[in-house]
Design a protein around this ligand. Structure first.
Ligand code: FDA
Length: 503
């Protein structure tokens, strides 16, 4: 058997992984990135890299025969999902007993499919969630570094007030203000100058062409265009795609061996390989990294992992819901897919909620106001290893989701009361379901900073093994998480490169 060696290996290519790859490459350390998904850079027969949201094909989802979009129905019609042929598509829905987790698959991870909202958390809540982290240093150094590297920008307020593409947001703002609530602009990694050209008809439509969860063909500063492009530019970083890490073990000399299954476009394992390294960085995301570690502990290949590995997982309190507007409150047939505003009631200590005003771009007037609410749900769950399926099982219960629903409901009952409006009952699959509480876009935790790792993401019990992704965040951060994940990874890499790799 042959073992390929690299000084450093990074598993995954999402936010945490991309930061690790760039900073290792800049430090002159030869680094191999292992990503289970594809590199999304080759146009299909339609000339586009990613497929349209309203006509999804095999590029949309990770090995499915039918798409599994979050909105299952609209006006009780099953109009949203489509039959597709199995393929390593860009969006995956990982199903656990009471909770589905949406994740991106491909070079760039979640950055390929997400809503681009680039939000820095409230400093006081960050400090509450990360009591051992120096918040002054985070907010003075690492958050600004992350925002600048990610290419965060903000919408021009004058354009926002005038464009038909954000009418849906202005209507929701008015309804929030009628209830005495505060709204705030949300920064983004979607290029707003490009979006204005889309609106003017001088650039190919992407955000204004209903593209988002199955990938954006233009306008979005996903990681393959930012951190990962720079990482490759160092000349020290190589990315292997369609390779899924399965096992991690430590040799007697302290180096690590990663067992990887290489798959083809049908999902068949065509080769199993081993890679050796001195430094191993886990950036497979909250679910991916936690599963790798929980499996390695249970199988005895990393037996000394801390008992807390697998625990402290949460949904960031995610709940989705829709409201039905009065006929005179039109939301517009034209809607940008990139949200730019949130209803900020986080300071309400009795019921902290931050609710994004989400688009529902169908090309028709539908009078629906859609929201993704982030609630301060304190419920947490754990992953355990299931030998029969060789996978991690999540112990999240429906009752734990109900906590998020009751918080979102308190806020939106106020908004409905102030505007004499009601909820929409037809959006989430069953006629009685008003709140979509069985999926999350924001999986967080499983390998929590300061518990499963030291204060910098160094895995307890294993020198030169690091976690750099969303599994470090203890289940909740109060806003969309990728800026926080990026900033924490920058902090980890600064420390690791200063202290651990010097020799
Ligand atoms: P991330 O999940 O990004 O990357 C992990 C990578 O590792 C993936 O590419 C995966 O394929 C790979 N991988 C996993 N297991 C592996 C294995 N065993 N071997 C090899 N590779 C493996 N956040 C935000 O801040 N603003 C927003 O607007 C949104 N909107 C949004 C919409 C949708 C639809 C989704 C699904 C998510 C969001 N998010 C978001 C969430 C955000 O995208 C998410 O928090 C980050 O992508 C998480 O970054 P990580 O670095 O933790 O992993």
């Amino acid at each position: 058997e042959s073992v390929d060696n690299a000084p450093a290996i990074v598993i995954g290519s999402g936010y945490g992984a991309a930061v690790a790859a760039l900073r290792l490459g800049q430090a002159g350390i030869r680094t191999l990135v292992i990503e289970m998904g594809r590199l999304w850079n080759t146009p299909g027969s339609d000339g586009k890299v990613f497929c349209p949201t309203d006509a999804p094909d095999r590029r949309s989802m990770w090995f499915r025969t039918r798409t599994e979009a979050p909105l299952a129905t609209f006006l009780w019609l099953d109009v949203v999902n489509r039959d597709i042929s199995p393929y390593p598509g860009v969006l995956d829905r990982v199903r656990f007993a009471n909770m589905s987790v949406y994740v991106g698959r491909g070079v760039g991870g979640g950055s390929l499919v997400n809503g681009s909202m680039a939000v820095t958390p409230l400093q006081s809540y960050f400090a509450e969630q990360f009591p051992t982290v120096d918040t002054a240093e985070m907010y003075g150094t690492y958050f600004p570094r992350a925002r600048s590297m990610l290419g965060v920008n903000t919408i021009d307020p004058a354009w926002f007030e005038s464009t038909e593409w954000y009418r849906f947001t202005r209507i929701s703002r008015k309804h929030a203000e009628n209830a005495g609530l505060r709204t705030t602009f949300v920064p983004s990694v979607y290029d707003f100058a490009y979006m204005q050209r889309e609106a003017a008809g001088t650039a190919t439509r992407s955000a204004l062409g209903a593209e988002v969860i199955y990938g954006n063909n233009h306008g979005k500063r996903s990681l393959d265009k930012t951190y990962l492009a720079s990482a490759l530019g160092t000349g020290n970083v190589t990315i292997h795609t369609m390779e899924r890490a399965r096992g991690i073990r430590r040799e007697s000399d302290g180096t690590y061996v990663v067992t990887v299954d290489r798959i083809d476009d049908t999902g068949t394992v065509v080769e199993t390989k081993e890679y050796g390294c001195t430094y191993l960085f886990l950036g497979a995301g909250s679910v991916g990294t936690t599963e790798l570690l929980v499996r390695a502990r249970a199988k005895g290949t990393l037996p000394a992992l801390d008992a807390s590995v697998g625990s402290g997982w949460g949904t960031n309190g995610n709940v989705m819901l829709g409201r039905a507007n009065h006929l005179w409150d039109t939301v517009g047939a034209n809607q940008s897919t990139m949200p730019v505003m949130g209803i900020d009631d986080w300071a309400n200590t009795a019921n902290p909620v931050f609710a994004e005003i989400a688009p529902l771009p169908t090309g028709l007037e539908h009078w629906v106001s859609l929201y993704l609410a982030i609630t301060k749900n304190r419920e947490r769950a754990s992953f355990t290893y299931d030998a029969a399926s060789d996978s991690a099982k999540l112990g999240w219960s429906a009752a734990q989701s109900a906590v998020s629903v009751s918080m979102a409901k308190k806020l939106f009952d106020r908004i409905n009361a102030a505007n004499s409006t009601i909820y929409r009952y037809d959006l989430f699959g069953s006629p009685s379901k008003v709140f979509a509480d069985d999926f999350t876009y924001h999986p967080l935790g499983g390998c929590v900073l300061g518990k499963a790792t030291d204060g910098y993401g160094r895995v307890k019990g294993y020198a030169k093994l690091y976690v750099t992704d969303g599994s470090l965040v203890p289940g909740s951060i109060g806003v969309n998480p990728f800026v926080t994940i990026t900033a924490l990874a920058e902090r980890t890499m600064a420390r690791v490169l200063a202290e651990d790799t010097a020799a």
